[in-house]
Design a binder for this molecule. Structure first.
Ligand code: PLP
Length: 557
């Protein structure tokens, strides 16, 4: 089945969008199968009932369908029994369920929990919080300079004190396939439990939990062509029996009196309240599709990934991260001298959807000594034209960003002297005739902004809520606001210059009535800023306003 034929199963690619979007962000969430949409819609349109409760025919039929989905997932991951499949709202909830349950019933003083430096926050923070609450040791399997798990050192960290090894099957940030078989085997030797986060794996690799012999395996429906809000916790049945319920009420109850409550056996014991019925039906259909087309999906992904690697390797400034051999079709990269945020902004203007930043793996970025990457994540529904378009756009964007560097001389004039030079920025941006001119003007404006000294780049000056790092330093001089700021992103620096031009030299009361949305509209900038960048700018303005509120003589009234 060639890739263009596979595309027909995903209505996203034939939707009536005026501009075509090259979707290279499937690791964030995948596009949805028509069959998933159909079964979800059918449930809401024609078959809406609750499951496991009512005895009428329709309820019985939907309950059967609901339980069939559980069996589909059992076969999808090779579990021994469908009773080992618990529905959750996603991988995050699955991990939290296991961590909190083990904290209550299983972990004991002296235990340590082992995670890897590659983990998604969802597979770090629940363990970290449990470790802190119970005074356990949290240890970290290290990675090398490219972000590949150091196997020997990792195996050595698994000792008789290790109670749990929690590891991603595939890194969401880099795409590496981890050697989970070897890690699980070593964990078994010392009697440690193992949880494998398969969120990025199940749509790309055939998984058999019995062969792996892991204790827990978790994933989410929305990364495997299925619905959002549905996820899976696989656990060996005896462990499910040991774990306490996660939430209480609804179908997980067997009997209630005011003196005592008894619970259903697993998996219902963990499924409190009305479940995401449509989601369960959807994930069941998605898993069937993947199983049926597994060989084709793998072949298509392999070819696409090779093309992506060739495309990226042909650009001299590009640095590839992670393992490019033992990998699913996800590639993270950085471009020398270019902020990943700026590249993403420009790629977005070419209608190319990629993800940039830390990918919910901040400790990994710290281990690699970078503040983020650009991640291209493919799925078998991508085609070779997508990668060609991406490659051409990437080359163009890098050229644009380099061009602006060369055109603009370094300027070391102290900050005070900059204020008058910032005055025409708004006008120059308003006059820009196209999006690339707008960004050129923004980058020029950013170049004119004095650098903030490193000593001022602290938690206090940091602005959270923007995709790039940003710092803002405010002070009042003779009743007027003085602003300084910085960012590694040329575009963000330009946006700061725009904001500073509007707000510097104003009184506190003038700042407090500033309307960001109106101002951006007046500059014709609103349409160029995506929601998250808009939000980032809002966060900058909010920080300035918060500062002014604390300065305002009216603040006590
Ligand atoms: N684990 C990995 C490896 C992921 O990539 C993600 C999501 O990006 C998660 C866990 C969390 O998944 P969810 O947000 O669906 O719960």
């Amino acid at each position: 089945m060639p890739s263009n034929i596979l595309r027909q199963y995903f209505p996203f690619f034939s939707s009536h969008r005026s501009e075509r979007c090259v979707y290279l962000d499937s690791a964030a969430t995948s596009q949805k199968l028509q069959s998933v949409i159909d079964i979800t819609q059918q449930y809401y349109q024609e078959r809406t009932v609750n499951v496991h409760r009512s005895s009428h025919q329709l309820a019985a039929s939907v309950t059967e369908q609901f339980e069939q989905s559980r069996k589909n997932i059992q076969h999808f991951i090779g579990a021994k029994s469908h009773k080992e499949i618990v529905w959750t709202k996603g991988a995050t909830e699955s991990i939290n369920l296991v961590a909190s349950g083990l904290a209550k019933n299983v972990f004991k003083t002296g235990d340590s929990i082992l995670v890897s430096a590659l983990e998604h926050h969802a597979n770090i923070v629940p363990w970290q919080q449990v470790a802190q609450a119970l005074n356990l040791q949290l240890e970290v399997m290290p990675v090398d300079a490219k972000g590949v798990l150091k196997l020997e050192e990792s195996l050595q960290l698994i000792t008789s004190n290790t109670a749990m090894v929690a590891l991603g099957h595939v890194s969401n940030a880099l795409g590496n396939i981890n050697p989970i078989e070897l890690i699980i085997a070593k964990a078994k030797e010392v009697g440690a439990l193992t949880l494998i986060d398969g969120t990025q794996a199940v749509s790309h690799l055939a998984v058999n939990v019995q062969q792996l012999d892991c204790d827990f395996y978790v994933f989410s429906g929305h990364k495997m062509f299925g619905p959002t809000g549905i996820g899976v916790l696989y656990a060996k049945y005896d462990l499910l029996e040991q774990l306490p319920p996660y939430q209480l009420g609804g179908e997980m109850i067997k009997q209630v009196s005011f003196s005592e409550t008894t619970f259903q056996p697993p998996p219902l014991k963990f499924e409190a309240g009305t479940p995401n019925i449509a989601g369960v039906l959807g994930i069941g259909v998605a898993s069937e599709f993947i199983q049926l087309h597994r060989t084709t999906l793998l072949a298509l992904e392999h070819n696409l990934y090779q093309q992506l690697l060739d495309t990226l390797s042909a650009i001299p400034q590009v640095r590839l991260w992670g393992d490019n051999v033992n990998s699913i079709c996800v590639q993270s990269f950085t471009v020398q001298g270019v902020s990943h945020y700026d590249l993403a902004v420009l790629l977005d203007k070419h209608n190319i959807a990629v993800r940039v930043g830390h990918h919910c793996a901040m400790p990994l970025m710290e281990a690699l000594g970078i503040d983020g990457t650009i991640r291209v994540s493919l799925a078998a529904y991508n085609n070779s034209a997508d990668i060609d378009i991406f490659g051409a756009a990437l080359t163009e964007c890098i050229a644009l960003l380099n061009e602006s560097v060369n055109q603009m001389a370094t300027d070391n004039t102290p900050f005070e002297h900059k204020q008058t030079r910032l005055a025409p920025i708004a006008e120059s941006i308003k006059q820009a005739k196209s999006w690339d001119q707008t960004y050129r003007q923004l980058m020029l404006a950013g170049k004119g902004l004095a650098r903030l000294q490193d000593q001022y780049k602290t938690d206090t000056t940091a602005v959270y809520g923007c995709e790039s790092q940003v710092w803002i330093k405010c002070c009042i001089d003779e009743g007027k606001l003085v602003l300084e700021g910085d960012s590694p992103s040329k575009i963000v620096r330009g946006l700061l210059a725009v904001m500073f031009e509007a707000l510097s030299g104003k009184t506190v009361n003038q700042v407090l009535v500033f309307n960001l949305a109106d101002y951006l509209e007046a500059l014709h900038l609103g349409k160029h800023l995506s929601q998250s960048r808009g939000n980032g700018l809002s966060a900058v303005v909010d920080k300035i306003i918060e500062y002014c509120q604390h300065q305002s003589p009216d603040k006590e009234s």
